[in-house]
Write a protein that binds this ligand. Structure first.
Ligand code: KIV
Length: 269
């Protein structure tokens, strides 16, 4: 059944009151998106974390609009029921005009909504995108696109100044029209406070269990397909990397042990 985008966003929004908690995951290609969609994932994010777990960059600051367009269009071909959200990459929403233009480009590639990082300072960009009819998912707390300025990944909300900044940011994003907000690596008690003070769902990653209205995870952390770095808060539920290693070693052994058919001697002339 075809469900329109605004109904999908309203359904996500209603989960704050009605439950069950939102289950969100990231995808970067057709088979991943299709498998997640068929399994019943509520929201699929083509996150700029694909810069690390798919493209091999050290962080998300290397991701461009071209990368996003390529992966959003692949994921969109596999997504039917879930709401498909695409990250606006770094430097793609430095002002309202660029934010709106790039949001339209991601929608044209197949996204149904966009996500951007930041709170109060992003409220005008968010409102401008929403005026164009494109739903926006906010992102507060640890902001991976700021990793270079911050010199690393830090949990947010440790000081009362940071906690009130998060609360203000959530209210600003809700007022600007976001249908939900991701909270990343926020002190659990503060994440809970943000959840209680906003009318839109909070979707947590690295905020402890039960402190948000749902959870989002990077799929490679859940399925164990990127073994070289797993964030401390992630729960790995499968060992895809181990399975690939085993099956590929088995294949290599098979190739090396194969007895080849004899090449017939050339006919004497
Ligand atoms: O890019 C991403 O995968 C994200 C999630 C961590 C929320 O933004």
């Amino acid at each position: 059944m075809y469900v329109n985008v605004s109904d999908k966003c309203s359904a996500i929004r209603a989960r704050k009151e009605e439950g069950p908690p939102i289950a969100a995951l990231t995808a970067w290609d057709y088979p991943t998106a299709r498998l997640l969609d068929e399994a019943g994932t509520d929201l699929i994010l083509v996150g700029d974390s694909l810069g690390m777990v798919v493209l091999g960059f050290p962080d998300t600051t290397h991701v461009t609009m071209e990368h996003m367009i390529h992966h959003v269009s692949a994921a969109a071909r596999g997504c039917r029921k879930a709401l498909l959200v695409a990250d606006l990459p770094i430097n793609s929403y430095d002002n309202e005009t660029e934010a709106v233009q790039n949001a339209h480009t991601l929608v044209k590639a197949g996204a149904e909504a966009v996500k951007l990082e930041g709170g109060t300072e992003q409220a005008e960009n968010v409102a401008a995108i929403i005026r164009e009819g494109i739903p926006v998912l906010g992102h507060l707390g640890m902001l991976p696109q700021q990793v270079r300025e911050e010199g690393g990944y830090r949990t947010k909300g440790k000081s009362s100044a940071e906690a009130s900044c998060l609360l203000q940011g959530a209210v600003a994003l809700e007022t600007a029209g976001c249908f939900a907000v991701v909270l990343e690596s926020v002190v659990p008690t503060v994440a809970k406070e943000v959840r209680c003070h906003t009318g839109i769902p909070t979707i947590g990653i690295g905020c402890g269990t039960g402190n948000c209205d749902g959870e989002i995870a990077v799929t490679s952390d859940v399925i164990g397909s990127y073994p070289w770095f797993v964030p401390p808060f992630a729960t790995q539920r499968a060992d895809v990397a181990g399975e690939i290693r085993k099956s590929v070693s088995d294949y290599i052994l098979h190739c090396h042990a194969t007895e080849r058919t004899t090449i017939p001697a050339p006919a004497a002339s």
